[in-house]
Design a protein around this ligand. Structure first.
Ligand code: ADP
Ligand code: MG
Ligand code: MG
Length: 212
């Protein structure tokens, strides 16, 4: 089972990962956007970590809800409201229960990704963060359904990470249909989507902290 300390650790580890990868994310965004994706997320997750302090609240849902609201209020770019909505909606779906299973998290993340799709109007294949988020959630759902991995959160998160990373790589040949990159039309082809890349980072971080 995953408790609020796990999600609190995740926010701190995501902030560190985003900080480490910020230059790469911004470089990807400079090819098909406005070169701010790394700095947007760095600012957002640093604000989350600053504001939440050392002690996690009593439930996973509360940790994610708080982080989501903070992202929305600190990140001006498209990714702030979108990731903020992801975390807020996922947190809301988890409710106030003090511990959640991987299956419950997968179902909540499904609600979160649906909310992202609704807010941004994007579909799979539009070359957005959804192209990493949706396969990751699917992999998490599938892993959680299998009896042999039911109690093995680490294996489920590894499967989700692999799916997210494949999904991010698979955005390279796509033509962007949403967000700034869509203004480039055909010229967006041949570049990896920055948001799909950062979405994979979120799941890589789940996999890392689930190992320990
Ligand atoms: P901005 O484009 O406002 O500068 P960022 O650079 O922080 O914001 O984020 C860009 C990323 O946001 C894109 O790479 C893409 O993955 C994601 N994105 C943009 N628009 C949408 C949308 N409508 N739906 C889903 N994701 C989107
Ligand atoms: Mg940008
Ligand atoms: Mg911008």
């Amino acid at each position: 089972m995953l408790d609020s300390a796990f999600f609190h650790r995740w926010t701190v580890a995501v902030a560190a990962a985003v900080d480490r990868e910020a230059d790469r994310l911004t470089e990807l965004d400079s090819a098909i956007g406005d070169a701010d994706h790394g700095s947007n997320l760095r600012r957002g997750f640093a604000a989350v970590v600053d504001a939440q302090g050392e002690d996690p609240p009593g439930s996973p849902g509360a940790v994610l809800g708080f982080a989501g609201r903070k992202l929305i209020s600190t990140v001006g770019g498209a990714s702030g409201p979108l990731y903020g909505t992801l975390l807020r909606r996922t947190g809301k779906a988890l409710g106030e229960t003090p511990e959640v299973s991987v299956a419950e998290l997968a179902a909540a993340l499904r609600a979160g990704t649906d909310a992202v799709a609704q807010l941004g109007g994007a579909a799979p294949g539009d070359k957005t963060m959804l192209d990493a988020l949706i396969p990751a959630v699917e992999a998490l759902e599938t892993a959680a359904e299998k009896d042999d991995t039911k109690d093995d959160a680490a294996a489920a998160f590894r499967a989700a990470r692999d799916a997210a990373e494949s999904g991010a790589l698979a955005t390279v040949p796509l033509r962007a249909r949403k967000g700034r990159a869509s203004y480039l039309g055909e010229r967006s082809v041949g570049h990896q989507d920055p948001g799909a890349t950062s979405a994979a980072l979120l799941f890589r971080t789940f996999a890392e902290i689930a190992e320990v």
